[in-house]
Structures are given as structure tokens and as C-alpha cells.
Design a protein. Structure first.
Length: 146
């Protein structure tokens, strides 16, 4: 995040929701990549993919990139004159348990939890090259614009 001439620029907004667990069909070629029979079910494919085991010399599996198990939601707050006043940064944690249809939902991370801390620290580190300072207040990040 960058503040430029009193305005905020949100770079590379992270995904808000993963729908990986709610797909109904997988191409046979994809199933075969995981060593499954082309006629196997989507549920069988999802279970195999979640293992993240080495297949064909490389590790395949559920997305395990820089977003990890969390994200942030940025809210730009405006004053009475419709000018940006501050940015609030809410840490999110992707639900990874429960019914398959509920996995991947972004929920507010518990203030002070490892997920919340990680997401806010990541936002601060990525904003630092732009000289953007993020303060912590009541479990959320704040960037004052005025």
C-alpha cells in the first residue's frame, strides 16, 4: 500500500475467497496428473490434491504460495468532505476445516492470533518500500491519510 499525494494505492490486492473446494468437474488429464483413474470422482481428486505429495518429480497440491492461509481486507474511510481519511486493514484467515463447501471462506482473524499477526506484519513489510507506516489499533492496521 502506498500513500501518494494524500491518496491510497492498493497494489496486488490478495484473493478474498478460494473456491477450490466447490468445483464439480475435473478434466481426466488433471486426475491422471495426481495418479488417479480418469473416472475417479471430484471428491477423490480433492482429497489426493490436498496431500501435496510429490508426483512426477514435482510437488503438487493445494495452493501453498505467498498468501498462505490468510489475507487482508482494506477499507478506505472517507471524511465528511468525501476525502480519504484513513485505511483500515483487517486480517483474514481462510477457513480450512468444516464442510468442503465452507473451506476457503475468508473470516476475520482473531485479534492477536498468529494469523492476524502474520497478515498485518506482511502488509507492513510490503508497504515499507513506499514509506507507508501502518500502526496497530484494536487488532487492525491503520494508515492515517491526514
Amino acid at each position: 500500500m502506498e500513500v501518494y499525494k494524500g491518496k491510497v494505492i492498493l497494489y496486488g490486492c490478495p484473493p478474498f475467497y478460494f473456491q477450490n473446494e466447490s468445483i464439480r468437474h475435473n478434466p481426466p488429464e488433471l486426475k491422471m496428473r495426481y495418479g488417479l483413474d480418469p473416472a475417479s470422482t471430484t471428491a477423490e481428486f480433492l482429497e489426493e490434491r490436498a496431500k501435496g505429495e510429490a508426483v512426477g518429480g514435482s510437488v503438487v497440491g493445494m495452493r501453498r504460495d505467498e498468501f498462505g492461509r490468510g489475507s487482508v481486507l482494506q477499507q478506505v474511510v472517507f471524511d465528511d468532505n468525501h476525502e480519504p481519511k484513513e485505511v483500515r486493514i483487517y486480517p483474514l484467515e481462510y477457513q480450512s476445516t468444516g464442510a468442503r463447501s465452507e473451506r476457503g471462506r475468508a473470516l476475520l482473524a482473531e485479534p492477536g492470533s498468529p494469523a492476524a499477526t502474520t497478515m498485518l506484519e506482511r502488509s507492513a513489510a510490503r508497504s515499507k518500500p513506499y514509506s507507508t507506516e501502518i500502526s496497530l489499533q484494536n487488532g487492525i492496521g491503520i494508515i492515517p491519510l491526514k
